[in-house]
Design a protein. Structure first.
Length: 718
């Protein structure tokens, strides 16, 4: 090797038969290199265990590259006789041989539950007397497990997590750039050291790591754009060894970014009148249904099997076709079923007594009436099916309101049911009200109004029994304080009549309005369901039309909208880019409105007045009109800007290619410089080569979100 340059490994001279040098490269995988030397030095460098190594390269100008804390891994084959070779690696070679266990910011239930008020104040007023009560969902309170907190007291920040991992694998480190941090929640690391470092880096968007000349891990920001200053001030390029230049991405940078969100609209559906004859085919209505209990059930031109959803009206007609009812030639059972009979005997076993006789008369009854009566009692005015016309235009139905009312657990508000209902007071409720036990036992609550904003929701939990068919069940709940014993699915008639338990003989003449006791005295029947009935439910739905991206909510972001986040991105002349935000992250949540003009716009979103079409002819102005109903406008706008900022930040002008200069030992990876190689070639010439990243990695949008929005989306515990 010419005297102008020399290279030594632990003081052993390295011959000029091949290039030698060292590369600083980013990532968690080690850089390894083979060094050949004269066999006379074999015993000096080849030992039976791992050893340290120091590489020194001195050029003719006096510049010295000294790389310390390298690891000699052992002997490898040399390229020619009379030479030996040793394999050397940086400190990252040790990382996979260490196992890391760490638990960071683990959320646990705190043995406390809290009531979600959804913006309302908790009231302890007694229900009844015209005032209703609300079902208030409760959720578990979450706190961080002390063992997962820093020093058992404070939350771990992403930067601190990476530092903790590096300490656990015995790696010294330093920071070249201040990181942009996301949030850490419920992070469990139980992996090798390399994997643990990689996991920790995920929470530090844009950050990478390399090992410097002192064996220290350096964490730096690949998106800092600092490579420009290093490239420009590193000296002139060497010929025929690559070229680096600043490249403009203006032709491909999108002039606008359209961020697309799944729509979630609140929709109102109203119950049809019983025995309704005329309905609007595309109306937002729902029908009272039950599961057929019969092995085969015939009505009209239909023949269905057990478990099929049929309307209560059709079920009544099919049940009345039984040959043993009172109006038949062989009247072994009760009269033909009707809504009046069901309503009047809803709170007793009268239906069961009349249509399924027990004791010595069992043989005269039809046992199928048992399941029939049970189905009626379970579903009457409690189970409804949404108009199929609308279900064909809904891709996903939910019995929860769109807005999240508890960000920690992700709990949403419950679907709202507006219906007049009846309550039966408990003994406690009667005593607290100072009422007689047999007076005002039952009472009605008026909750159904139009518009809905003038009423209030019934104490009801809506469950989805059959998503594809839009079948929902209303489960009425008692109040929190035990003042009510039971809640009935509609308003009651015969309030103040004889309570349940004093059952005599049923009189059919007046549609179950009177009872006869053992002494032959008639009295007013006990309370039944009222004849008048109307219910409305507000649920959430994702539209299925049109069958294109037009069904999504579109937020248009321009480069100037992100200037406060990432600064000026430069000229943007590229085509419009569309970005999709997954529904699991955030949806555009729209509230229902009873305003007629707004109803028309909401229905237009679902193509309620059109046939099926794949065309993109949705009125683009709908988004602007409906924005007033957007419940989470701040979150949607913030996420849209952050997502667009992540794209434009990645597409800023930067250096590309490779630049080689005379050896410059101080150059190390920075910005988008992915690797730096210092070498001595076989002619004794020393060079330093900088390799730029051709493609910057995808960037997380979370660092660009406002802290409050990020905490909401990531469900951070306060």
């Amino acid at each position: 090797m010419p005297a102008s340059a020399s290279a030594r490994l632990n003081g052993v001279p390295l011959p000029n038969t091949q290039e030698c040098g060292w590369t600083y490269k980013s990532g968690v995988d080690p850089h390894m290199r083979k060094f050949e030397f004269s066999s006379e030095y074999r015993d000096h460098l080849i030992i039976s265990s791992l050893g340290a190594a120091t590489l020194e390269v001195v050029d003719g100008g006096g510049s010295t590259l000294k790389v310390e804390k390298l690891i000699r891994l052992g002997e490898v084959p040399a390229s020619q006789p009379y030479f030996s070779a040793v394999l050397v690696a940086d400190q990252r070679w040790m990382w996979p041989r260490r196992h890391v266990i760490g638990r960071y910011n683990i959320r646990r239930k705190a043995n406390d539950r809290r009531i979600l008020l959804d913006g309302a104040e908790l009231s302890i007023s007694q229900p009844g007397g015209g005032g209703g009560f609300e079902v208030l969902p409760s959720v578990d309170e979450y706190k961080f497990a002390p063992f997962s907190l820093k020093n058992g007291l404070t939350r771990w920040r992403p930067k601190e997590v990476l530092e903790d991992v590096l300490r656990k694998i015995g790696q010294k480190f330093r920071w070249n750039d201040n990181p942009t941090e996301s949030a850490v929640n419920d992070l469990v690391i139980d992996d090798t050291g390399s994997a643990a470092v990689r996991i920790a880096l995920r929470y530090l968007p844009g950050m990478d790591i390399y090992i410097d000349q002192k064996g220290i891990a350096v964490i730096y920001n690949r998106m800092s754009r600092k490579e420009g200053n290093r490239v420009e001030k590193s000296g002139g390029e060497m010929r025929d060894m690559g070229h680096a230049q600043r490249v403009s991405f203006a032709p491909t940078r999108p002039r606008e970014i359209h961020v697309l969100f799944t729509r979630e609209h609140e929709l109102r559906f109203d119950s049809l009148e019983e025995d309704a004859e005329e309905v609007t085919y595309n109306g937002r209505w729902m029908q009272n249904v039950l599961r057929s209990p019969d092995p085969l059930l015939a009505y009209g031109d239909s023949l269905v099997t057990r478990g099929t959803w049929v309307t209560v009206d059709n079920a009544i007609r099919a049940f009345n076709a039984d040959g043993n009812l009172a109006g038949s030639a062989n009247p072994l059972l009760g009269p033909d079923l009707s809504h009046a009979i069901i309503r009047g005997s809803f709170f007793s076993d009268l239906l069961l007594n009349q249509y399924l006789r027990w004791g010595q008369q069992t043989q005269s009854g039809n046992p199928i009436w048992g399941p029939r009566i049970s189905a009626l009692k379970q579903h009457y005015r409690q189970t409804f099916r949404i108009n199929k016309y609308w279900m064909d235009r809904i891709v996903r139905l939910s019995t929860q309101r769109p807005a999240i009312i508890d960000p920690v657990t992700g709990t949403r508000g419950i679907a709202l049911v507006y219906v007049d209902y009846g309550i039966r007071s408990s003994t406690r409720g009667i005593a607290l009200a100072g009422r007689d036990m047999y007076e005002n036992w039952d009472s009605n609550i008026s909750a159904s109004t139009d518009p809905l904003s003038e009423g209030y929701a019934a104490p009801c939990i809506v469950s989805l029994l059959d998503h594809d068919n839009g079948v929902m069940h209303f489960d009425f709940k008692t109040d929190l304080y035990g003042w009510t014993k039971q809640v009935f699915p509609s308003a009651l008639t015969g309030l103040g009549a004889t309570p349940i338990g004093d059952i005599g003989t049923l009189n059919y003449e007046d549609e179950i309005q009177t009872m006869t006791n053992e002494d032959g005295e008639q009295y007013e029947a006990f309370a039944g369901l009222s004849e008048e009935y109307f219910s409305s439910v507000v649920v959430s739905a994702v539209p299925a039309a049109p069958n294109s991206s037009r069904q999504l909510y579109r937020v248009k972001i321009k480069p100037e909208d992100t200037r406060e986040i990432i600064g000026d991105v430069g000229e943007c002349n590229g085509p419009i880019m569309e970005l999709r935000i997954g529904a699991g992250l955030l949806t555009a949540q729209f509230a229902w409105s009873d305003d007629p003009s707004m109803i028309e716009n909401i229905e237009e979103v679902f193509k309620a007045h059109h046939g099926f079409s794949n065309s993109d002819n949705m009125d683009v102005s709908l988004d602007e009109v409906l924005t007033i109903q957007l419940l989470n406008d701040q979150h949607v706008t913030s996420v849209a800007r952050a997502a667009a900022a992540a794209v434009w930040n990645r597409m800023k002008d930067r250096y590309l290619g490779r630049k080689s200069v005379r050896m410059y030992p101080q150059i190390q990876p920075i910005g988008s410089i992915n690797s730096v190689t210092h070498r001595v070639d076989t002619r004794g010439e020393t060079t330093t080569s900088m390799e730029m990243m051709e493609q910057l990695p995808q960037q997380d949008m979370f660092p660009f979100l406002p802290e409050s929005v990020r905490a909401f989306i990531l469900r951070e515990v306060g």
